[in-house]
Design a protein around this ligand. Structure first.
Ligand SMILES: [Zn+2]
Length: 110
């Protein structure tokens, strides 16, 4: 898989959103929750396939889940993807550049 466009700049906005500037000068912004919910790792894909809990059951949140979710780190992996380290301790998601181009919303250039 090859992508002709590459991120040229990664920033975190004050509200915790991720902003990526791409080599074709497009800028996309991503909410932390969108990225966390779309996490492509095997564990998360498995969880998304599981049936939702019965409506009368209150989901039990771990201590980490009750904290506001942030991106704790992000680093290039293999030249075509980024691994994102979330503040809930989850860091196994590898987001390909293709996935990152599909997620988020395009914003106007500053
Ligand atoms: Zn995951």
């Amino acid at each position: 898989m090859s992508m002709s466009v590459q991120p040229t700049k990664l920033e975190l906005a004050a509200d915790g959103r991720l902003r990526i500037t791409w080599s074709d000068e497009r800028i996309r912004e991503y909410s932390v929750h969108e990225l966390r919910e779309k996490c492509p790792c095997a564990t998360c894909r498995e969880q998304r396939r599981a049936p939702p809990p019965p409506p009368m059951m209150l989901p039990v949140l771990s201590a980490a889940e009750t904290q506001p979710l942030r991106i704790a780190g992000m680093k290039p992996t293999g030249g075509y993807a980024y691994s994102i380290d979330f503040s809930d301790g989850h860091d196994t998601g590898i987001f390909t550049l293709e996935t990152l181009r599909e997620l988020g919303t395009e914003v106007a250039s500053p």
